[in-house]
Design a protein around this ligand. Structure first.
Ligand SMILES: [Zn+2]
Length: 236
């Protein structure tokens, strides 16, 4: 009898985790439909693109790091993410060939690229919205899918530490690298705003609680809770 109860319990947990959780999570997001359209219907791209061309929305500090479809948003639970493990930043899908769509610094700061970072850079900023706080903007996926070639600007070789950059400086180009053992989801750049540890280093950006809602920094609806239509534009 006990064995039957355990088996039924395990089955229920499996169904909840593998079937109900992804479906419920997807229902809390409007992102995957539009990303699918972007990749299956190239003619839709002009109607889905946010093109800021390095300008900022009025009254806010950050400029969009790349032009394109702002597909996955902050706290997004669209698969492969879930409400338990949501997306920590924004994904901008550019219209162009891999290695050709530029990625720019969102704001002035000090750029670092760890010696073991293939496709990523991070920039340290004095938080323009909260004086005295240090925050970071993290940019990744700037390499070929197989990791054989990085698309980061030559000014920022691996091992770069605290190099001053300005908002709008070229960081590199969008790629398809998703990390070892992770499925690629198409060419884009992922960008997140990361908070600091007590010792001043950046926190692990893969954890939602270590990141900030980018909406007030960009003046756009970038929190999935708002379910914004695409293309996302400056808040009026
Ligand atoms: Zn992402």
């Amino acid at each position: 009898m006990l064995a039957v109860v355990i088996v039924i319990g395990l089955l229920a947990a499996f169904v909840a985790y593998r079937w109900l959780l992804p479906r419920y999570s997807d229902s809390r997001s409007n992102s995957n439909q539009v990303i699918e359209r972007w990749f299956t219907d190239v003619t839709s791209r002009s109607t889905l693109t946010t093109a800021m061309n390095r300008t900022t929305c009025s009254g806010v500090p950050f400029s969009l790091p790349s032009d394109g479809l702002i597909g996955l948003l902050w706290r997004d639970s669209a698969p492969p993410y879930t409400i338990l493990n949501p997306h920590t930043g924004i994904d901008v899908f550019g219209d162009g060939a891999v290695g050709n769509v530029p990625v720019y610094a969102a704001y002035d700061g000090l750029l670092s690229r760890r010696s073991d970072w293939l496709s990523s850079v991070i920039i340290k900023h004095d938080d323009p919205l909260q004086a005295g706080r240090t925050i970071w903007t993290y940019y990744t996926h700037m390499a070929t899918q197989d990791g054989s070639h990085a698309f980061i600007a030559s000014a920022f070789p691996a091992g770069t530490s605290d190099l001053p950059v300005k908002r709008g400086d070229l960081l590199g180009y969008q790629g398809e690298y998703a990390g070892v053992g992770r499925p690629p989801i198409g060419m884009h750049v992922h960008m997140s705003i990361v908070t600091s540890e007590d010792d001043g280093t950046f926190k692990n950006e893969a954890i939602i609680g270590n990141t900030l809602d980018p909406s007030p920094y960009f003046g756009m609806q970038l929190n999935i809770a708002d379910l914004p239509a695409r293309p996302i534009q400056c808040k009026s």
